[in-house]
Design a protein around this ligand. Sequence first.
Ligand code: NDP
Ligand code: GDR
Length: 373
Amino acid sequence: MRKQVALITGVTGQDGSYLAEFLLEKGYEVHGIKRRASLFNTARVDHIYQDPHIKDPKFYLHYGDLTDSSNLTRILSETKPTEVYNLGAMSHVAVSFESPEYTADVDGIGTLRLLESIRFLGLEKTTKFYQASTSELYGLVQEIPQRETTPFYPRSPYAVAKLYAYWITVNYREAYGMYACNGILFNHESPRRGETFVTRKITRGLSNIALGLEQCLYMGNVDSLRDWGHAKDYVRMQWMMLQQEKPEDFVIATGIQYSVRQFIDMAAQELGISLRWEGLGVEEKAYVAAISGNKAPGIQVGQVVVAIDPRYFRPSEVETLLGDPSYAKTKLGWEPQITLQEMIAEMVASDLQQAQQHALLKNQGYDVVVSKE
Ligand code: NDP
Ligand code: GDR
């Protein structure tokens, strides 16, 4: 049998790191593209890093960028992957309003660059291609729940760029017979989630507040509704999509929806904090109503721990997303295994541990600065 070789763009990101772990466990040789940065940016994959001096390493990192065609072509030509997972992207919806042109270049044209390099090298019949598509394509929702046939209505430069990537992937499948498919993934989170996405901002912020390292969490639209799953469950599905006879596009979701406000309440409960919400719109605040256990020694009953800051509202919002994963369930036998409650417990435990380390240093008289945005 031919050696299984995967190339992952975005390997240093949340999904890339879980997918690399998953594929290494399956016996793949895994290549990942990392960007040059002025600081180390490989924290999420350091634990699977293999010294290139050892005999027969299975995990390789290459410098590269989705804006650089010749670089992508060279890496593809050197590694000749059997599977390419295009997870690299400027993935923050709010930031895409600030950097729309860059987002289009990386998320939209970057996908074309990869597909075209595969074709240029004559790999289109031997290399399978996975595109990280998104529930953001549904944007201003036309049908509830959203499934593979629901019309798209993107609401941000990020989503519009991803719409191009979605269709160019379909086009290369139809035009050149490539095994190329889109996973239309709804939000998925984990302790490795970037700190400025809403779930991690909440679990990290509340953990810091619980230990007195921060005072208050400033939020945007807390009425926004999302279908949140766990990244580990979702990367398994990315691989499954490339193991079928025929390439197809799939919605991956849990089919359960919560508001940002409910997520805040659940994360607070995990820390033994009960919240009381008061006010409306930008006047809205959440106070500590009661504290149980000893996970939150740094706060008091009555303290305002959540307030609304209009800075975090988006020029156009995606108010509600709820996926229907039945096709993935029927066709691939995929079901998410980790519940939202379990995921929140895992995220809070991890962020609380980090906060405890910071608090310990602070109590010993060291300067501790907690990064915020
Ligand atoms: P992350 O933001 O955690 O990771 C994005 C990755 O892309 C990072 O490795 C980043 O590198 C890399 N990257 C950014 N810009 C470039 C570039 N110009 N060239 C090459 N690589 C680049 O995202 P996730 O892991 O959460 O998501 C993975 C993919 O799935 C993304 O495409 C995202 O848009 C999509 N998606 C995510 C969902 C989610 O809920 N997580 C849902 C649906 C789709 P660096 O580490 O240097 O910043
Ligand atoms: P999203 O994720 O935009 O859905 O994109 P994010 O976690 O950023 O926002 C989810 C919802 O929460 C609301 N919100 C806030 N969001 C952030 N980041 N910060 C806040 O303070 C805040 N307050 C309220 C947002 O307005 C939004 O409604 C993610 C990314 O991973 C994309 O790459 C991916 O394609 C989609 O999920 C599916």
